[in-house]
Design a protein around this ligand. Structure first.
Ligand SMILES: Nc1ncnc2c1ncn2[C@@H]1O[C@H](COP(=O)(O)OP(=O)(O)OP(=O)(O)O)[C@@H](O)[C@H]1O
Ligand SMILES: [Mg+2]
Length: 271
């Protein structure tokens, strides 16, 4: 069974008009798979991650998560389904005056009673768990710092620590490395991949750093102008494919018709 099955999926932003942000997307993702989304700015990476997180309803096409179309479920069922997915946005919406410890422990809120949640606001429950998650991103020393006093990269890692404490089965991570130095970037990717592997979670990560994507992920999906240009095992992603993916707008866009199709390149796992 696939975690995700997308067929000829089109996604439009409200008020975004034409063209659609994503066109005719075909994508299947197996449980436990780890893949990187790459592509130039505006390609549709964030839109795809938000769609996978069930934050955007698609306009057309097939969209199944855990074997069901979330947009045909009741609101309650969709809410429960969303709890199995964790979207870590590039700029996490953390309450500014909150302490890091509370922000990280908020991942446990769905499993707490109202009383436990209120008590934790006054005196954080399980601060050790929050510390351990933060320490995996070298941020343990910020446990009691205020969120609005963190740097951009620290905020992002705080959100990733929160993800580690969630019970999500799918990690959807939007550009986790953009505000990090190379050493921290590698540590962050390794930590995410190890955690996903340990709990057999699926990891889908958008990255601007193509070298990091190719070095760390076995499956690479290239997006451009809202379309999947390639979906391939990394050893089949050539420098020419990368150059075409990122060719500037004055150069002709790579035509999917003239390239190997995503289907011909697709990774075989559990399709
Ligand atoms: N809220 C929105 N309303 C309307 N259009 C949007 C909205 N968000 C994104 N878009 C458009 O959808 C397209 C895809 O944007 P998206 O943010 O998904 O790209 P991206 O690949 O994540 O880019 P970046 O690398 O810059 O983060 C772009 O044309 C963008 O202008
Ligand atoms: Mg984006």
């Amino acid at each position: 069974m696939s975690i995700y099955r997308l067929e000829q999926l089109t996604v439009r932003h409200l008020g975004g008009g034409r063209p659609a942000a994503l066109h005719a997307i075909d994508l299947a993702v197996a449980p436990g798979e780890q893949l990187a989304l790459i592509g130039p700015s505006g390609a549709g990476k964030t839109t795809l991650l938000a769609t996978l997180a069930c934050a955007h309803a698609p306009a057309e096409g097939v969209f199944d998560v855990f074997g069901a179309d979330p947009w045909r479920l009741s609101e309650g069922e969709r809410h429960r389904l969303r709890a199995r997915l964790f979207l870590a946005p590039q700029t996490p919406p953390l309450p500014p005056r909150q302490r890091v410890v509370s922000a990280v422990l908020a991942a446990r809120l769905p499993h707490w009673s109202l009383w436990q949640a209120l008590k934790s606001l006054a005196k954080p429950a399980a601060p050790d768990a929050a510390f351990d998650a933060l320490a995996r991103f070298q941020l343990g020393h910020k446990l009691y710092a205020r969120v609005d006093r963190l740097s951009g990269g620290e905020r992002q890692r705080c959100a990733l620590a929160r993800m580690l404490l969630s019970s999500a089965e799918v990690f959807l991570v939007d550009e986790p490395l953009s505000a990090l130095d190379p050493t921290l970037a590698q540590l962050t990717i390794t930590t995410l991949q190890q955690e996903a592997a340990a709990r057999q979670a699926t990891l889908i990560c958008s990255l601007h750093q193509v070298d990091m994507a190719r070095a760390n992920f076995t499956r690479i999906v290239g997006l451009r102008d809202g379309r999947i240009v390639f979906d391939a095992p990394r050893e089949r992603v050539s420098d020419a494919m990368i150059a075409a993916l990122y060719a500037n707008d004055s150069a002709p866009a790579p035509s999917p018709a003239r390239q190997e199709t995503p289907e011909r390149l697709a990774v075989g796992a559990c399709y």
